[in-house]
Design a protein around this ligand. Structure first.
Ligand code: PEP
Length: 252
């Protein structure tokens, strides 16, 4: 089970450090549950200093696909590694919708993460129109296909997949546990066909989309839901801590 927080463009150095300290405390006895936080780039080092030596991991929210060079404003895999990151979110729907990231961009970033020993948290998910049109499986299959083209994984822990229905992100609307399970089972089957049964069974498939303390238990108890990618509720240590607690009970 993996509980990951995407802080997006929120907090500043003092509040990020305070939030990290709260998460560190919540995660101290989180047996069987991996905890990850993804703060904004400039706060990574400050947050890592608080979390170093704890069982909370740190990740970036995206990365540039090149190693280095004239890419003003961008951040490389090596930079993320140098400030303690083990993971990086790739292809978040906000990156796709607001910053024009295409499936090809997502593919290049997944490859760059894998080549640099960063675990990509690959986000996939359909829009409301796509769900209304009944194409959610086709959309997710295409996103997985393009993002993972040519990828070779040594183990299931090399990558994390996050199923995030776009219509549920930041909206307060959550997929029902049945909707989440059905899409997670679909993604698992896709991963089995693409890799091996064993490897696919070991890949963490996270649910993301308005996961909160009150709905986390039901979502996390679905067979193919291996954790959560959490936006809004990861900004309050007590809410994020409550979700971690649900995960610990289910993992135990
Ligand atoms: C996200 O941004 O990945 C997310 C799931 O956000 P929220 O929990 O706020 O819906």
């Amino acid at each position: 089970m993996l509980i990951a927080g995407n802080w997006k463009m929120n907090t500043d150095l003092p509040s990020a450090r305070a939030l990290a300290a709260g998460v560190r405390e919540s995660a101290a006895d989180a047996e069987g549950v991996e905890v990850l936080v993804c703060p904004p780039f400039v706060l990574l080092d400050g947050v890592y200093q608080i979390l170093q030596g704890s069982n909370v991991k740190v990740g970036g929210q995206t990365l540039h696909p090149e190693d280095e060079g004239a890419f003003t404003g961008e951040v490389s895999a090596q930079m993320l590694r140098s400030v303690g990151c083990s993971h990086v979110i790739v292809g978040h729907s906000e990156r796709r919708a607001l910053f024009g990231e295409t499936d090809e961009d997502v593919h290049a970033r997944v490859r760059q993460a894998l080549d640099n020993d960063l675990v990509p948290v690959l986000c996939v998910g359909e829009t409301l129109d796509q769900r209304r049109g009944g194409t959610q499986q086709k959309v997710v299959a295409e996103q997985l296909e393009k993002a993972l083209e040519g990828a070779e994984l040594a183990s299931g822990s090399d990558i994390v997949v996050a199923y995030e229905p776009v219509w549920a992100i930041g909206t307060g609307e959550t997929a029902t546990p049945e909707q989440a399970q059905s899409m997670h089972a679909f993604a698992r089957k896709w991963l089995k066909d693409r890799f091996t049964d064993e490897l696919a069974a070991d890949i963490c498939i996270l649910y993301g989309g308005s996961m909160k303390p009150h709905n986390a238990e039901e979502l996390l108890s679905q067979d193919d839901v291996d954790g959560g990618l959490i936006g809004g509720a990861s900004l309050k240590a007590s809410d994020f801590g409550a979700i971690i607690e649900h995960a610990v009970h289910l993992a135990g």
